[in-house]
Design a protein around this ligand. Structure first.
Ligand code: PEP
Ligand code: MN
Length: 332
């Protein structure tokens, strides 16, 4: 159950009420929001005198649910918007990892004339093996800051663990929480008390319920700017790296109020399938796309097999606008 409390409650009083009702919540922008377990179906007597309005929810998908807010959330990213009533599908493209200034400036020079406004690149890389490239770390964030300054891109970059979560929040326009970090409570907590937009990827072994509940950890601390990203789940199939769950995307669009992004690159794992999966996602009218591309994919220090080269990216990109238009969208 979600309760909107009356405005004149102090932070201290709010914390006392939250504790005694075993709830969580926040006071922000004139809103006082207290969330109790979804098992609670009537307003507890001790709270009735403080409540302005309340929402009964059928599971712990609460703040993210359409029961609470039927309209899709609109999230500001610099001068751009994702979600809400915009007809935009936000293209977020770039290499898996930032590797050098030379590499990232080549990518920026290529993407800029296409009208793409959001550049992706990881600097803290959550790798499967400790013996592979782990990312440039803080130095990479500095270079990404230079990309923003010089070319005007919004930057999405990922956080791997809580030791650098504040650093990433401070440097990124969108903080990406990856498939392996999705359950990290320290990362979720730090993001929840910030206003920075967060792109939360679905854990590859995570049900949709668990996925959206992870988003609830961020939302319930007062950060209303959460974007969900489907990036493939692990199934019995091993010809592809993961299985892109487009049925799950349909579920998220239908039942949550959060913008939904699709990452076909990590799902497929091989460049040959990425354009087709991207077109399928665009046809579903998703709010954004996260695509890996690299000036020389064969030399990439991470996820080499799935990154598109410039020509492959461009021809895919050109094929997307008519599909987007057919579902009333525009790729930006
Ligand atoms: C990435 O975006 O490069 C990445 C590591 O993604 P995921 O967390 O989905 O594997
Ligand atoms: Mn990657």
């Amino acid at each position: 159950m979600i309760l909107h409390l009356k405005e004149n409650i102090t932070e201290e009083h709010f914390q006392t009420l939250a504790k005694s009702s075993e709830g969580v919540g926040y006071i922000k922008d004139g809103k006082t929001v207290l969330i109790l377990s979804s098992k609670v179906k009537t307003v507890p007597e001790s709270l009735t005198s403080y409540v302005d309005e309340y929402f009964v929810t059928d599971s712990d998908i609460q703040l993210a649910s359409k029961t609470y807010t039927p309209e899709k959330r609109s999230i500001k990213i610099g001068s751009e918007t994702i979600g809400g009533s915009t007809n935009h599908t936000m293209m977020m493209a770039g290499p898996c990892s930032i590797e050098s200034w030379e590499q990232i400036s080549q990518v920026a020079e290529f993407l800029k004339p296409l009208g793409i406004k959001t550049l992706r690149a990881g600097s803290f890389k959550p790798r499967t093996s400790p013996y592979t490239f782990q990312g440039l770390g803080e130095e990479g964030l500095r270079l990404l800051g230079k990309v923003r300054e010089q070319y005007g891109f919004n930057i999405i970059t990922e956080v791997k663990d809580s030791s650098h979560v504040q650093l990433v929040i401070d440097h990124a326009d969108i903080v990406q929480i990856g498939t392996k970090a999705m359950y990290d409570q320290s990362i979720l907590k730090a993001c929840s008390i910030s206003n920075k937009p967060v792109l939360l990827k679905r854990g590859f072994g995570t049900t949709l319920q668990e996925f959206v509940q992870a988003a609830e950890f961020i939302l319930s601390g007062g950060n209303e700017n959460v974007i969900l990203c489907e990036r493939g789940i692990r199934t019995f199939e091993n010809k592809t790296r993961f299985t892109l769950d487009l049925a799950g995307v349909a579920y998220l669009k239908e039942f949550t109020n959060l913008p939904v992004v699709v990452d076909p690159s990590h799902a497929m794992g091989y460049r040959y399938g990425v354009p087709d999966l991207t077109r399928a996602a665009v046809a579903m009218g998703v709010d954004g796309l996260l695509i890996e591309m690299h000036p020389a994919p064969e030399k990439a220090k991470s996820d080499s097999a799935q990154q598109l080269n410039f020509d492959e990216f461009k021809s895919m990109y050109q094929s997307l606008q008519p599909i987007a238009a057919a579902v009333g969208k525009k790729i930006v």
